[in-house]
Design a protein. Structure first.
Length: 554
C-alpha cells in the first residue's frame, strides 16, 4: 500500500490569526510558536509568519564531541505504566529508550518526533497524523500507524487507575464505556492516522508531548518498562536502583532514527544519582566532583553554585507550587474556610520568603500570564482581620490547622511563609515537614499540603488535568459543573480573544471557590560544570538526552 501523505497546504487559519495577534501585541511570541506548531505549522514556517528567521540550535555554536559520561542528581523513582506516570523524574530516565510522538522545545515550539507532521482541520475536530517512516523498535520491528493507534487506545482507557492521559484525550473517549470510541481513530495506511474528536481540541499534539505520553511497544504488559526495555530510543537502562541510582547506556545494537533528523546521541552514558531532597547534600556532591549538573537549583543555592563557577541556565516557565486544600476532608469542604485562609496570605510575601523573589506572583487560579488564554483579573484580596472574622463566623475560630510539606528547601520555606502569615492573622496553625520517603507515601490524602506542578504549554491543559471533576490528578477533589462546562467550551475555541473571555470565568471560579493558595510562578534554574553542553534547564523539566554532550577534559 502506498502511504498517504498530507498534501501541501497553506498554514492553518488559526495560525495566521495568531500571527496577527502577536503583531498587535495581544499574544506573546513564545505562545504563538506553541499554538502554531501544535496546529501543524513547521517550526521554521511559524517563525516565518512573524517575519523572523528560526534561531540556530544551541549545539550549532560548538561541534558536539561523541562519548563521555554525564552525571546528574535526580530523585530516582520506581517505574510503572507510562500513562500513569506522575513524576517528571520517571519520564526522564525512561526517555532514554521510550520516544514521544512530539517534543516540546524550550522556545515554545513542538518538534515532530515519531510523527513526521500533523494537520488539523479548521475547527480542530479532525487531525491527520503522519507517522515518521524508517523508524524501528530496538527489537527490529517497524514502527507504523498501528503503533500510534495502539498507544492512543491505551491513553484513552479511563478504566485504568491513575491514567491521566484519558483526561487529555476526552474527545476520543466514549463516556459510556470510558474507553476510546472505535470510530475516533482510523488507520488510513501504514504511515497515516486520522483522529475524529467529539469536540474541538487544539491541545491534541501538545498533550502527545506531555511526559506520560511515552510511546510503548505493542508487547508491553503494563509493568516496569525497564524490565523489558523495547523502545525506539537510543539508550538502554543499565542500572535501576530506586532511591539510589539509575543509569542509561548507549545502545550499540540499535541505529536510532533521530541521528539523521536531529543529530546525536553523543553521550555513551548518563548517570542519575539520588541524594534525596536535601539541597545541601547535592551541593556537597557538586563540590566533591561527584556530579556534573544539577537537576534543579533553588533559593540561596543559586548564588552558591554561581560562586563555584558552574554555568547557570534559566527557563521561562509556568511551573508552580500549589498549596492546596483537599475538599474531601473537613474543614476544607467548607468554601468559607478555604477563602478565609487564602485571604490571610499575601502571595508576594510568599514569593520573597519562599523562593527568594525569583519568579512571578500568582493569583490563586493556576493560569499563568505566559499562557495565551490568561485573563487579567483584579489581584486576590489580602485582609488578615477579615480572614480571622470569616473563620469565626464559619465556626472555626478556635480550629488549629495543619500545613504539611516536603522537606525540600523551597517547598518547606514556601509553606513556612504561608503558615507564618496565617498565624499572624491570629489563626492557629502548625507546620509538619516530612522527608520524601514519608511524604510521598500518603501525599494525596493530606488535608492541607503543597504539590509542585510542572508547566503545560496551554492553560487549559493544566485545568483539565488538575481541576476537572473526577480526573486522576485532581488532588483538591474540586468538582464544579459550571467550571467543567466552561472548561469544555474553552478547550474548543481557537480564537484567542474569545477563549480568554471564557478563561476569565474559569479563573474567577477557582478564586471564588478558594481551591488553592497558589503563590507564585517559578523561574527554573540548573547549574552545570563548563564541560556540560546542551543540557540547559527545560521549562517542563524534560531531558532530551540526544542533545547532551561533554567537552573533553583538559
Amino acid at each position: 500500500m502506498t502511504p498517504r501523505r498530507p498534501s501541501a497546504r497553506a498554514p492553518h487559519p488559526a495560525a495566521l490569526m495568531h500571527a496577527g495577534e502577536v503583531r498587535a501585541g495581544r499574544l506573546s511570541r513564545r505562545e504563538f510558536l506553541t499554538r502554531a506548531t501544535a496546529l501543524g505549522v513547521a517550526s521554521g514556517a511559524a517563525y516565518g509568519l512573524l517575519g523572523l528567521e528560526a534561531p540556530a540550535g544551541a549545539q550549532d555554536a560548538a561541534t558536539p564531541v561523541p562519548g563521555g559520561t554525564l552525571r546528574m542528581n535526580m530523585e530516582t523513582r520506581a517505574l510503572k505504566d507510562p500513562r500513569t506516570w506522575d513524576w517528571s523524574e520517571i519520564a526522564n530516565f525512561a526517555r532514554g529508550w521510550l520516544d514521544y510522538l512530539a517534543e516540546y522545545q524550550a522556545d515554545g515550539t513542538l518538534r515532530p518526533m515519531l510523527l513526521e507532521s500533523w494537520e488539523a482541520n479548521a475547527d480542530a475536530t479532525e487531525w491527520v497524523l503522519s507517522v515518521r517512516q524508517g523508524v524501528t523498535w530496538n527489537n527490529g520491528d517497524p514502527f507504523t500507524a498501528e503503533d500510534v493507534a495502539h498507544n492512543l487506545r491505551r491513553w484513552c482507557d479511563g478504566t485504568v487507575e491513575g491514567n491521566s492521559m484519558a483526561a487529555r484525550f476526552a474527545g476520543l473517549v466514549d463516556p459510556a464505556t470510558n474507553r476510546m470510541r472505535e470510530e475516533a481513530v482510523e488507520i488510513l495506511d501504514a504511515a497515516t492516522v486520522r483522529l475524529r474528536l467529539s469536540a474541538p481540541d487544539i491541545a491534541v499534539v501538545a498533550n502527545m508531548a506531555d511526559y506520560p505520553a511515552a510511546v510503548v511497544h505493542r508487547s508491553y504488559d503494563g509493568g516496569d518498562p525497564a524490565a523489558s526495555p523495547i523502545g525506539t530510543g537510543p539508550y538502554l537502562p543499565e542500572v535501576n536502583e530506586v532511591g539510589v541510582r539509575q543509569v542509561l547506556v548507549r545502545n550499540p545494537d540499535h541505529a536510532w532514527w533521530g541521528t539523521a533528523v536531529h543529530g546525536g546521541p553523543w553521550l555513551d552514558r548518563i548517570e542519575y544519582i539520588d541524594y534525596g531532597t536535601d539541597p545541601a547534600a547535592v551541593l556537597a556532591a557538586a563540590e566533591s566532583g561527584e556530579i556534573d549538573a544539577t537537576y534543579q537549583t533553588n533559593g540561596d543555592f543559586i548564588d552558591i553554585y554561581d560562586s563555584l563557577g558552574w554555568a547557570k541556565s534559566e527557563a521561562i516557565t509556568a511551573s508552580t507550587l500549589a498549596v492546596r486544600f483537599n475538599q474531601r476532608q473537613p474543614p476544607y469542604d467548607s468554601r468559607e474556610v478555604r477563602r478565609a485562609l487564602q485571604m490571610a496570605v499575601d502571595n508576594a510575601v510568599v514569593l520573597e520568603l519562599g523562593y527568594s523573589d525569583r519568579g512571578l506572583v500568582a493569583e490563586n487560579h493556576h493560569v499563568c500570564p505566559i499562557h495565551p488564554e490568561y485573563a487579567e483579573l483584579p489581584p486576590p484580596v489580602v485582609d488578615p482581620a477579615a480572614a480571622r472574622a470569616a473563620l469565626e463566623a464559619a465556626g472555626h475560630g478556635a480550629t488549629e490547622f495543619e500545613l504539611v510539606s516536603l522537606d525540600d528547601s523551597f517547598q518547606a520555606a514556601t509553606c513556612d511563609a504561608v503558615a507564618a502569615q496565617i498565624r499572624d492573622a491570629g489563626i492557629a496553625i502548625r507546620r509538619t515537614v516530612l522527608p520524601g520517603s514519608t511524604f510521598w507515601n500518603d501525599w494525596l490524602n493530606y488535608p492541607f499540603s503543597a504539590t509542585q506542578w510542572a508547566m503545560r504549554p496551554l492553560g487549559v491543559q493544566t485545568l483539565n488535568l488538575a481541576y476537572k471533576s473526577g480526573v486522576a490528578w485532581n488532588e483538591t477533589a474540586f468538582a464544579n459543573a459550571e467550571f467543567d462546562a466552561a472548561l469544555a467550551e474553552a478547550s474548543s475555541i481557537t480564537d484567542a480573544e474569545a477563549r480568554r473571555a471564557v478563561m476569565a470565568r474559569l479563573q474567577r471560579i477557582l478564586q471564588d471557590e478558594g481551591v488553592v493558595i497558589q503563590p507564585y510562578w517559578l523561574a527554573l534554574y540548573r547549574h552545570a560544570t563548563p564541560r556540560v553542553r546542551g543540557a540547559e534547564q527545560h521549562p517542563i523539566y524534560e531531558h532530551h538526552h540526544y542533545k547532551w554532550w561533554m567537552e573533553p577534559a583538559n
